[in-house]
Design a protein. Sequence first.
Length: 279
Amino acid sequence: MPRKAKPVRYSQTMDQHVNSADELLQPGDPAPFKEINRNGPTPLLLLCDHASRRVPLALGDLGLEASSFDRHIAYDIGAESVSQRLSTSLDAPLVAAGFSRLVIDLNRPTGHQESIVKEIDATPIPANRDLNETAKRQRISELFKPYHDAVDGALARLWERGTPPAIFSVHSFSPDYGDTPRPWDIGVLWNRDPRIAVPLMDMLKAHGLNVGDNEPYSGQQLAYTIDVHGGATGLANCVIEINQDQVRDAAGIDRWATILEEIMPEILKIQGLHRVERF
């Protein structure tokens, strides 16, 4: 019989799950999100929606080979490491996903066809087929909702300091899609608010980088997290997508973190960035 979803409880430090027997998350599972530098004072919230490749213990391996979890289908390679470096250097809070996008994608609205994927990049996800509504609600209530509640909480703490915060979300992308190459070093995704995206693209190009403007994805189509927490509330927001081949190792992560550590303080000085404005 499917287990009934119940509200999830967490420890005060939010780094270990406190569960009851009927929940999806069990002893040994981490919390559904991580908070790094929780009280960082810089009015910038860093996000990493696809930080993790972990799967709740109750779901096993989702019916996949172990090698699948080394691929982009499971998580954004290098994104969490770059995000953590920025959190430290900028002294800004970071909220990062605790579980793989293969369980539920935190950057898609619930009910969207890509929220709980049955297949991704020609790879079937056996455990996601024929899910009943109870199983879907479990993933929403125990993984999706706590992550987005954590984002709201982090923004509220920054707001309490008196300055409207900006939102900066870090992702990575595969260098090709099927037979189609993706030549960009980095993509900048944005919807209507240009306050971060436009100057960021200029600064990245000044580094000699091949910069995609809403490439390889469009921020006007697939940017649920920043749209809900940023666009809808009038906070400056932006997503970056780094070519995953350039952040696969420590040297690449250091290179990209260093570039962004140089640029982001200048972005944060832009007049009008820290105010509520709906576009």
